[in-house]
Design a binder for this molecule. Structure first.
Ligand code: PXP
Length: 250
């Protein structure tokens, strides 16, 4: 039985704060604080904290990342687009890991994996800079063989397989196809020596399907845990998800 670790993405704690306080960041009433949320998630058993610093700063702000870096006890995984401004920020911040994701201004959330085949050249340069700084690099990719192969060729430490298509499958047939793609990609990535993570759209119901994907080390989950936290509190929300992740066959 393998143990599956949980990284909690706290972007939407910041989303809630920004909904009221975006124009008053220094107000004495500003809440909720992602750093408090991070401590509670760690106390409940999360093995990492994930935050996405977007170019438009719609949820997490630079200061949030600096405070997370200073306060968390587990590890900080910074999700980011491959752009000069955010790369410079990340190199100053020194997260334990970065996860490179595609980023488009109009999207509500990250819609697809990063096309690492198409962006090979820019990624190669970025990976070198992070590795020289001792920061592990994950590539958030669609579960396609050519993406996995290229992640290996780029010397990524990890891949995070995009589970959005599985989570949102409308029919059982599509679900089966997506599961198949994820299983094949996970096996290939593990054979190539990559750490295999998964994320996007994972919730308390569909996490059972995730157990059918082999070789996973870590799940990164945001929206469903933060949503559940509204009703049961964030520690309970994390504990409940961890219970559903137990007994992962590996
Ligand atoms: N992993 C990556 C790379 C993401 O971009 C996101 C969304 O920010 C997540 C995991 C978390 O997705 P969700 O909020 O749907 O759980």
């Amino acid at each position: 039985m393998a143990s599956l670790h949980l990284g909690v993405n706290l972007d939407h704690v910041a989303t809630l704060r920004q909904a009221r306080y975006a124009t008053m960041p220094d107000s004495k009433n500003t809440e909720p604080d992602p750093i408090v949320a991070a401590s509670l998630c760690e106390r409940a058993g999360a093995r990492g904290i994930v935050a996405h610093l977007r170019a438009d700063r719609r949820h997490m702000q630079d200061r949030d990342l600096e405070r997370l870096r200073a306060n968390i006890m587990t590890k900080l995984n910074l999700e980011m687009g491959n752009t000069p401004e955010i790369i410079d920020f990340a190199l100053r911040l020194q997260p334990d890991e970065v996860c490179l994701v595609p980023e488009q201004r109009q999207e509500i959330t990250t819609e697809g994996g990063l096309d690492v085949v198409r962006h090979e050249r820019e990624l190669r340069a970025t990976m070198k800079r992070f590795h020289a700084a001792g920061i592990r690099v994950s590539l958030f990719i669609d579960p396609a063989p050519e993406q996995v192969e290229m992640a290996r060729a780029l010397q990524a430490d990890m891949v995070e397989l995009h589970t959005g298509a599985l989570a949102n499958a409308f029919t059982e047939k599509i679900q089966e196809q997506e599961l198949n793609r994820l299983q094949t990609a996970a096996m290939r990535a593990a054979n190539l020596g990559l750490q295999v993570n998964a994320g996007h759209g994972i919730n308390y119901r569909n996490v059972a399907l995730i157990h059918k994907i082999p070789h996973l080390a870590e799940l990164n989950i945001g929206h469903s845990i933060i949503s559940r936290a509204l009703f049961v509190g964030i520690e309970n929300a994390v504990v409940e998800m961890l219970a559903l992740m137990r007994n992962y066959p590996g």
